[in-house]
Design a protein around this ligand. Structure first.
Ligand code: NAD
Length: 442
C-alpha cells in the first residue's frame, strides 16, 4: 500500500492503531504507574482517552483535510483555477518527552501518518515502561519502513539528528529545543518545537477565589506538577492574598487528603535528578503549606511558597514540579514588569471578573495560549492551536492544524489556454498607464 497517496490506507492503519491502543489500555496504565506512579484516572484522561479522541477525529476528517482545496483566483490571472494541494513532507522525526509520555509521543505520530509521512519516533528514555509499550503497539501496527520506534537517550537522539529529515517535531525543554533547531538548520529542515516556560497565573481582587483555588490546584498538581502548561507561579492581589491562600490549602487537602504521600491520586517526581533540583528550590522559612519529601520514592508534597524575592532560585526557571510560589502585587503595573522579566511563556492564566483587565493582559503579553478563570483546559479544544511563542516554542498543532503542519501546502494555478491577455508581455510601451489603473483598482 502507498501511505503517501492512498488516503484509504491511512484511514485503515489509523483505525488499526486505535483498536490496538484500546486493546492495550491496561498495559499503558500499568506502564505509566511503573514509570512515575501516574494514577490510572490521570492516565486515562490525559493520555489514552486523549489519543483515542485524537485518532477518532483524525480518521473522521482525514478525507476532507487531505482534499485539494480550490481558492478564488487572483483577478489578473482569470480565467484560471487555483488549488492548494497537501503533500506529505516525507521522512519525519518525532522526539518526545517523559511527562505525558504516551500522548506527546503518539499524537504527533498520528498526525504525521495521517498526512502521509514516514515516521521515526524517539520516545523519552526516562519513562522506559511507556516507551516499551509504545514500541510494542507501533510494531504491531506499522511496517517498519512506515513508522518505527528507536528507543534511547540523548546520544541516540543526537545520532538521529545527524541524519537528514524532511520534518522534525520536538517536544521537550528549551535547551534541547535549541539543539534540535541547530541540527535542523543544517538541512533547512522545518521544525515544530513544543517547549516550556514560566507560566504566570494572575488572581485579581475580583476573582471567585474559592473556584480559582480549586482550578489552580488541579492544574498545578495533576501529574505532580510536571506539566508544560501548569501554572508556574501565582500573582495575587494583596487584598485577596490571605483568603486565597486559605482556599488553596483547603483545596489541596480536599484533593489529596491530609497526607498526599498516601493518596492514590498523586504521582511522583520522574527521577532523583529532578527531585533533587526541586527540593533545592524550597527555602523552608518560605513554606506555608506542604514541603515534605521522601528521597526513596521521589515524593514531594504539594507545596505552597510565599515568595517576595524575584531573584530567588524558584523564580529563575520553569519549576516543573509540585511547588507553587505565590507572589503578591498591589499595582497592576507590577504584573507587567514581573511577566516581562521572563521569556514568553507557553501558558498564561487570569482569574478575574473584569473583562477589561483580562483583555488588557491578553493584548499586552505574548504567550502560547491560556485561559480566563481556569487553567490548562485550552489544551483540550481541537479547534484551538496549541504551541508556544519565542522561547516557549515554534509552531502549533492539534486538530486540523496537526495535519496541516505535517503537509507541504503546494499552491498551483491552472491557466486557461483559450484566451491570453497581452498586457503583461514586453514590449511594455503604452501599457503602463492601463496596468497602473488596474493595480490601483484592485
Ligand atoms: P528534554 O528536552 O530533556 O527531553 C526531551 C527529549 O529530548 C527526550 O526524548 C530526550 O531523550 C531528548 N534529548 C535529550 N537531550 C537531547 C539532546 N542533547 N539532543 C537531542 N535530544 C535530546 O525534556 P523533558 O525533560 O523530557 O521534558 C520536560 C520539558 O519539556 C519541560 O521543559 C516542559 O515544559 C517541556 N514540555 C513541553 C511540552 C509542550 O507541549 N510544549 C509538553 C511537555 C513538555
Amino acid at each position: 500500500m502507498n501511505y503517501k497517496s492512498d488516503i484509504g490506507y491511512r484511514k485503515q492503519i489509523l483505525t488499526r492503531i486505535l483498536n490496538t491502543i484500546i486493546v492495550h489500555e491496561n498495559e499503558i496504565v500499568s506502564a505509566l504507574k511503573a514509570d512515575f506512579n501516574k494514577p490510572e484516572f490521570e492516565t486515562v484522561v490525559t493520555e489514552t482517552s486523549y489519543v483515542i479522541s485524537d485518532l477518532k477525529n483524525t480518521i473522521k476528517n482525514i478525507s476532507t483535510w487531505a482534499k485539494p482545496k480550490s481558492v478564488f483566483p487572483f483577478v489578473l490571472n482569470i480565467p484560471s483555477s487555483d488549488t492548494i494541494y497537501k503533500e506529505p513532507y516525507g521522512k519525519v522525526l518525532v522526539i518526545s518527552p517523559w511527562n505525558y509520555p504516551f500522548q506527546l509521543a503518539l499524537c504527533p505520530v498520528i498526525a504525521a501518518v495521517a498526512a502521509g509521512n514516514q515516521v521515526v519516533l524517539k520516545p523519552s528514555e526516562l519513562t522506559p515502561n511507556t516507551a516499551a509499550i509504545i514500541h510494542k503497539i507501533i510494531s504491531e501496527v506499522f511496517p517498519e519502513d512506515h513508522v518505527s520506534v528507536i528507543q534511547g537517550n540523548a546520544e541516540v537522539a543526537t545520532q538521529l539528528l545527524e541524519q537528514r529529515w524532511d520534518y522534525i517535531f520536538f517536544t521537550g525543554s528549551v535547551a534541547v529545543g535549541k539543539i534540535v533547531a541547530q541540527a535542523a538548520a543544517k538541512n533547512l529542515t522545518p521544525v515544530t518545537l513544543e517547549l516550556g516556560g514560566k507560566n504566570p497565573c494572575i488572581v485579581d481582587e475580583t476573582a471567585n477565589l474559592q473556584l480559582a483555588a480549586k482550578r489552580i490546584v488541579w492544574g498545578k498538581f495533576v501529574n505532580c506538577g510536571q506539566t508544560c502548561i501548569a501554572p508556574d507561579y501565582i500573582l495575587v492581589h494583596q487584598k485577596s492574598k490571605s483568603q486565597f491562600i486559605n482556599y488553596l490549602k483547603a483545596e489541596i487537602t480536599n484533593a489529596y487528603g491530609e497526607n498526599p504521600e498516601i493518596s492514590p491520586d498523586f504521582a511522583r517526581i520522574i527521577n532523583t535528578k529532578n527531585w533533587t533540583r526541586l527540593v533545592k528550590m524550597i527555602e523552608p522559612d518560605k513554606v506555608i503549606f506542604g514541603g515534605q519529601y521522601n528521597n526513596e520514592t521521589n515524593y514531594l508534597a504539594p507545596t505552597l511558597i510565599e515568595e517576595n524575592n524575584l531573584d530567588s532560585l524558584i523564580m529563575q526557571d520553569e519549576i516543573f514540579g509540585p511547588i507553587l510560589p505565590i507572589v503578591t502585587y498591589t499595582e497592576e503595573s507590577e504584573i507587567d514588569s514581573i511577566i516581562a522579566r521572563y521569556e514568553k511563556p507557553l501558558g498564561l492564566y487570569i482569574f478575574s471578573e473584569r473583562k477589561k483587565f483580562c483583555d488588557t493582559i491578553i493584548a499586552k503579553h505574548s504567550f502560547g495560549g491560556g485561559c480566563i478563570n481556569d487553567t490548562m483546559i485550552h489544551f483540550s479544544n481541537k479547534k484551538l492551536p496549541f504551541g508556544g511563542v519565542g522561547h516557549s516554542g515554534i509552531g502549533a498543532y492539534h486538530g486540523k492544524l496537526s495535519f496541516d503542519i505535517f503537509s507541504h501546502h503546494k499552491g498551483v494555478v491552472k491557466k486557461a489556454t483559450w484566451i491570453d491577455l497581452p498586457l503583461r508581455y514586453a514590449p511594455y510601451k503604452g501599457k503602463l498607464a492601463t496596468v497602473k489603473k488596474i493595480l490601483n483598482w484592485l
